[in-house]
Design a protein around this ligand. Structure first.
Ligand SMILES: Nc1ncnc2c1ncn2[C@@H]1O[C@H](COP(=O)(O)OP(=O)(O)OP(=O)(O)O)[C@@H](O)[C@H]1O
Ligand SMILES: [Mg+2]
Length: 438
């Protein structure tokens, strides 16, 4: 049960660090304010109002005593005195009745205290605290008429609750605002670090990363930067080594090719030159793999045009292309082209008919490559994406396969923040679905 509750709470709470921090600061402030308000309201405000209302009711009782027992002359003197000293206005309305409808509010603290104090003293009364801004209209049944008394609201109300609420909420808002500014500054370096890591993970170049913020965050940033530089150096070394080897091997290979042409036995020469061609192709692929990331700069280009021209270069009637509208994409053009080449090469290598479809959606571009070959078993989907992995060597028409094509293609798509998925095609072979974010 507790597990479910904590999971529910976790879902409810904000996910971002900034909002979590804000919650940690704001919740205690708000709880404190509410507690103070309740305590103050109950102990001071209500009790004071009660005392004041009681004193007021006693004064009214005195007036009624005087109205009951004194002569007309004395009544006038006392009424004038009350008016002068307490700001009371008292008058007797003969033959008048109390209004039928009560207008005192049930939830107003002022009305409630006044009602509580009036009830034990008078049977028939009526009052209205809303009709006038600063005065209460109180009517009490007296003999065959009504005694109407106007008295200032401040006689029964300690101080304005609005001012009190303002004073209690304004500092709270101010505190939360200050906390927000501080928190924003504290979370910015973490966001910066996360962004830089994401960029580096995608294979994009990070020009300069300056660690900032609190000591621990700064240390994390500094260590990230060191790690990034080490990995970059390592990758560069690997690419340089691979391209160095491939490059150096090309010269002797060319020389072998020339010498092969001179061999008289044409059969041996043909076989050997086939092997040499294969070696050359492999070397080219190693070279490609070593420089598949990091190398190019991003640019904005028309990806539908790129697909069209790539397909056109094959000059193969077995490739059909279905495109919707012109689609602008921001990425590394050469890499995208290499990815397409690898996938189309595979399709042509393992099947006859290839169908390419490109669609544009609001958030992404989808490219589908279908073929009618043998396809790939579902259990191998994960493996074929790994470098140097081939399903079985006798599969393709050509033996010159290294097992890097799909691996490079998926690297390229992922480095653009996209997804590559393998599946079954309606044509019977493999379906490759590429989704690139626009
Ligand atoms: N369209 C396809 N139809 C059937 N099998 C495929 C298809 N594409 C790839 N494969 C299988 O997946 C394996 C890995 O493909 P990948 O492109 O990585 O290597 P490769 O084509 O063998 O070699 P390379 O592309 O480096 O010359 C291939 O060996 C092949 O068995
Ligand atoms: Mg391939």
């Amino acid at each position: 049960m507790f597990y479910g509750l904590s999971r529910y709470l976790k879902n409810l709470l904000p996910k971002q660090l900034f909002y979590r921090g804000l919650l940690i600061v704001a919740v205690p402030i708000i709880i404190l304010q509410i507690t103070i308000s309740v305590v103050f309201f109950d102990s001071l405000w209500i009790k004071t109002s009660k005392g004041m209302s009681r004193a007021l009711v006693s004064e009214i009782v005195t007036i009624i005593d005087i109205y009951n027992n004194e002569s007309e002359y004395n009544k006038k003197i006392v009424t004038d005195l009350y008016n002068q000293n307490f700001n009371f206005s008292v008058r007797f309305l003969e033959n008048e009745k109390l209004p039928d409808i009560k207008v005192d509010r049930w939830f107003s603290p002022m009305d409630r205290t006044l009602r509580r104090e009036l009830k034990p003293k008078f049977n028939d009364y009526w009052f209205n605290t809303m009709a006038y801004k600063e005065v209460v209209d109180l009517r009490i049944k007296f003999r065959d008429g009504v005694l109407q008394i106007f008295f200032p609201k401040e006689r029964i109300q300690a101080s304005s609750i609005r001012i009190f609420t303002l004073w209690i909420t304004l500092p709270a808002f101010l505190l939360i605002l200050i906390a927000m500014i501080f928190l924003k500054n504290q979370t910015r370096p973490i966001i910066k670090l996360a962004e830089a890591s994401e960029k580096f993970g995608r294979g994009e170049e990070i020009k300069e990363f300056r660690p900032s913020g609190a000591l621990e965050i700064r240390k994390a940033g500094y260590e990230f930067d060191r790690m990034r530089k080490r990995i970059s150096r390592h990758l560069n070394q690997r690419s340089e080594m691979l391209s160095g080897i491939s490059h150096d091997l090309r010269t002797p290979l060319t020389r072998i090719k020339l010498q092969l042409a001179l061999i008289k036995d044409k059969e041996i020469s043909k076989k050997l030159s086939g092997d040499v061609d294969e070696m050359e192709k492999m070397l080219n692929e190693y070279l490609q793999f070593s420089s598949s990331t990091f190398a190019d700069k991003t640019e904005t280009f028309d990806i539908s045009e790129l697909i069209k021209s790539t397909v056109r270069k094959y000059k193969n009637i077995n490739i059909s292309l279905d495109q919707s509208e012109k689609t602008i994409f921001n990425g590394r053009k050469n890499l995208i082209q290499r990815c397409l080449n690898n996938l189309i090469d595979n399709a042509l290598k393992y099947s006859k008919k290839v169908k390419i479809k490109q669609e544009k959606f609001i958030k992404n571009i989808i490219v589908l490559i279908d073929d009618d070959g043998p396809g790939i078993p579902i259990s191998e989907y994960e493996n074929v994406i790994k470098p140097f992995y081939k399903i079985d060597k006798g599969r393709g028409k050509s033996k010159s396969s290294v097992g890097l094509g799909l691996s490079i293609a998926s690297d390229i798509i992922r480095s653009h923040g996209g997804i590559i998925e393998l599946g079954k095609s309606e044509l019977g072979g493999l379906k490759i679905k590429i989704s690139l974010p626009v």
